[in-house]
Design a protein around this ligand. Structure first.
Ligand SMILES: [Zn+2]
Length: 368
């Protein structure tokens, strides 16, 4: 995320003055492998599977942790407070995900460093779980407290990537035509010092339509960079620069609640052995079920029908820890299947995100 120029009453030419400072620092996201490739034309199943590929199961608790050493990776307490506040702001939208700060790296899904000069970045959604040589999943490359509004937007933006949201200025529906030479030149200059490849990856390359929600573009998204005058050729009104309002936009809120709606305990049905439960879900939607075995033995959970699902079983007492078992059959010819040893009298929770169904109501889940 970057420094925003004010377009408010502060005055005509404010953004020009900002531009002249050339101090914009913007995020360097790392998209997962194959993320920018298109689904095969006309393949509705592939398209829908790509929409949910890096989204978390709703109800997941994402545990975050701040490095305290090496020293150069540790931020100030002020920096950490800004990140905590940004997590709270995403949660305050009423989403089904939970965030919790943990005391150990080994308990964390999101490992946050503040290595100055390394740029601000995060991986996309569940791609943070991919093991890499560099154990960080998020970095802030500049102070988040020096300019509080910029700092908070930077934290909201990086967390947005961790929730699975890409750059909004790469939305193919934006119809942005760049002055490419000017864009490369602008980002190659300090403080970003980007290579052409980095600029292409983060700005010029357009996302596939299956990576963005709906078919509109949101220039006020917290996932959108500001752009100085002279970088955008079309739409013409942004030739003098484009500066998002700051904070989470109306559409950011809608996106977050579409993939991670508030959990409704009343909607959770109980599974009975050998009884199929029809899944009246749209692609991408999730249903949760409880199950209380009356005997201790191995149980199998399986989906039926022309469908792809991400399915995970938890102990009800710890619905937000690591699942006992998890399977994603997306893109395979099989159905999702779990085989787990369960204890009589204990209660379990099955979360199932239907990633693709040929028709509503033509998929089901059963335990036996
Ligand atoms: Zn970014």
């Amino acid at each position: 995320m970057a420094k925003k120029a004010s377009t408010s009453a502060a005055g005509q030419g404010t953004y020009l003055a900002e531009a002249a400072r050339a101090q914009r620092r913007v995020c360097t996201v790392t998209y997962p492998k194959g993320y920018m490739q298109a689904a095969p034309a006309g393949d509705e199943r592939a398209r829908l599977l790509r929409e949910t590929k890096y989204k978390w199961l709703n109800g997941s608790q994402l545990r975050f942790w701040f490095y305290d050493k090496p020293k150069k990776w540790a931020g100030t307490e002020g920096d950490r407070q800004v990140v905590r506040q940004a997590f709270k702001m995403w949660k305050a939208l009423g989403i089904g995900l939970e965030f919790a700060e943990v005391a150990n790296a080994k308990d964390a899904d999101i490992r946050i460093a503040f290595l100055d000069g390394d740029g601000s970045w995060s991986y996309i959604g569940t791609d943070v779980l991919t093991k890499r040589e560099d154990p960080r999943t998020m970095n802030f490359g500049w102070s988040l407290t020096e300019d509080p509004a910029e700092g908070l937007d930077t934290a909201l933006h990086e967390i947005g990537h961790t929730l699975g949201f890409p750059h909004e200025h790469q939305n193919p529906f934006a119809g942005i035509v760049w002055n490419e030479a000017a864009v490369y030149k602008s980002l190659a200059a300090p403080p970003n010092n980007w290579s052409k490849a980095t600029t292409r990856h983060n700005i010029i390359d357009k996302l596939q339509a299956d990576k963005v929600q709906g078919s509109s573009w949101d220039p006020n998204s917290v996932m959108h960079y500001p752009f100085d005058p002279g970088l955008i050729v079309q739409p013409k009104k942004y030739a003098k620069g484009l500066f998002p309002k700051g904070g989470l936009s109306a559409r950011d809120r809608k996106w977050a609640k579409t993939f991670y709606p508030e959990l409704k305990p009343a909607a959770v049905k109980a599974l009975q052995p050998f009884k199929a439960n029809s899944l009246y879900l749209g692609s991408g939607q999730q249903a949760d079920f409880t199950f209380k075995p009356i005997e201790t033995r191995d149980y199998e959970f399986r989906t039926f029908g022309d469908a792809d699902a991400l399915m995970a079983l938890f102990r009800q007492a710890q619905p937000r820890g690591k699942p006992l078992a998890l399977e994603d059959d997306g893109g395979t010819n099989d159905n999702a299947h779990l085989k787990v040893h369960l204890d009589a009298g204990k209660e379990y929770l099955l979360r199932l995100r239907l990633r693709y169904a040929k028709k509503p109501g033509q998929a089901a889940v059963m335990v036996w």
